[in-house]
Design a protein around this ligand. Structure first.
Ligand code: MN
Length: 231
């Protein structure tokens, strides 16, 4: 059978030291995972359980791209995040088994139409228009979990045109990587290709056309994004 039309190919991420790429399937995102960011957004923190939203894999772009300033917003924000890439299936796993399911890590940007997210929050509506924005899941190259080593006090930061806007440490995460993968696996049969963006530290803010963003985490390849003219 022939298809009526073609869809874009799934995104693929380079992996440090490997010839093979990592195909991206689903993109899960954790909300409010750094206390200082929750506070700057005027939110309380739920330490009992993380919460999630998703982005389509069609929203993924790789590092180094120029993405147009998106439609429907006048407050497009940067969020730098630690990205967990799943390499083996995980369903209802505990923390130890969760660690075994992780292929590696990367730097990502969870770009956000903040004005639309805020309007959705106020109206108790879903966040999709604010979060599942075309070109908004910016994912850098991956590093294997073995090569990265334990997740701890590594610094995470974001610069815009070389000026530091966001800083934190991975150890500042309210729900750590094992807790997130274990919890998410209660709701989804996690599988290779799934990626989890684990939340952003404080300092989020707006970007403008022409801005060059760089997200970096100690021990990982950085992720870069240039904001193009409005579409
Ligand atoms: Mn985020």
């Amino acid at each position: 059978m022939l298809d009526l039309f073609d869809l874009p190919a799934l995104p693929r991420l380079p992996v440090a030291g490997r010839a093979e790429t990592f195909p991206v399937g689903r993109v899960f995102c954790v909300g409010r995972n750094y206390a200082a960011h929750a506070a700057e957004m005027g939110n309380e923190v739920d330490r009992e359980a993380p919460f999630y939203f998703t982005k389509s894999a069609f929203s993924v772009v790789s590092s180094g791209q120029t993405v147009p300033y998106p439609p429907g917003t006048s407050d497009y924000h940067h969020e730098v995040e630690f990205v967990v890439a799943i390499g083996t299936p995980a369903f209802r796993v505990d923390r130890d088994a969760a660690a075994d399911a992780i292929f590696g890590y990367g730097c990502g940007l969870d770009m956000t139409r903040r004005d639309l997210q805020a309007a959705a929050k106020a109206a108790r509506r879903p966040w999709d228009l604010g979060k599942d924005v075309e070109g908004s899941a910016v994912l850098g190259p991956l590093t294997s979990a073995a090569a990265f080593g334990p997740v701890g006090p590594q610094a995470i930061r974001l610069t815009v045109d070389g000026e530091v806007r966001q800083t934190g440490r991975l150890s500042d995460m309210i729900h750590d990587v094992g807790a997130i993968v274990s919890d998410l696996s209660r709701f989804y049969r996690l599988r290779p290709g799934d990626v989890i963006m684990t939340g952003t530290p404080a300092g989020v803010g707006p970007v403008q056309p022409g801005d060059v963003l760089e997200g970096s985490i100690e021990g990982l390849s950085p992720v870069t994004l240039t904001i193009g003219p409005a579409a």
